[in-house]
Design a binder for this molecule. Structure first.
Ligand SMILES: [Cu+2]
Length: 151
């Protein structure tokens, strides 16, 4: 019964968002993706870094994990988690992945999980679009375009 009710709510949500019943819902949906703009003087150095942020929605009844991200804009792309320790010092480190709960969302945002983009191969400025391939454990590969924004 409970499961049926959740499906009903999802159906109503889909209808209200303008989806038709003939359109199948993607297992994973990426919304509000953006890449932090890089200071133009910094990006000339050639070793500048930035980050991709987004909201990932899992439309399946099984948890999924973002395990990898790729982009030809950078030398290296990693999944990171930013944390603040007991002394108030902020740091970040690479993680194996970001879990997206079944029928839930994961938010990649400043101060939390993000896709770290290191060693930019070209300058990026506000309004540019950057292409990423996101690899999920269950749902497979998704290609997205994220605009560059000044936070
Ligand atoms: Cu990072």
């Amino acid at each position: 019964m409970k499961h049926y009710r959740i499906l009903s709510v999802l159906f109503i949500l889909m209808m209200s968002m303008g989806c038709t019943s003939t359109k199948t819902t993607s297992a994973i949906e990426i919304t509000e993706a953006w890449v932090r703009a890089v200071d133009s003087e910094m990006s000339m150095v050639g070793n500048s870094a930035t980050a991709l942020f987004m909201t990932i929605q899992n439309n399946t009844s099984t948890a999924d994990v973002l395990i990898k991200a790729e982009s030809d804009i950078a030398e290296m792309v990693q999944i990171h988690l930013s944390e603040i320790d007991a002394n108030g010092v902020a740091s970040m480190h690479e993680v194996a992945g970001v879990e997206i709960p079944a029928n839930g969302i994961a938010e990649l945002k400043p101060g939390s999980y993000h896709v770290m983009v290191m060693g930019l191969k070209r300058e990026i400025k506000e309004g540019d679009m950057v292409t990423f391939t996101l690899v999920f454990q269950n749902a497979g590969n998704f290609t997205i375009e994220a605009p560059v924004k000044v936070p």
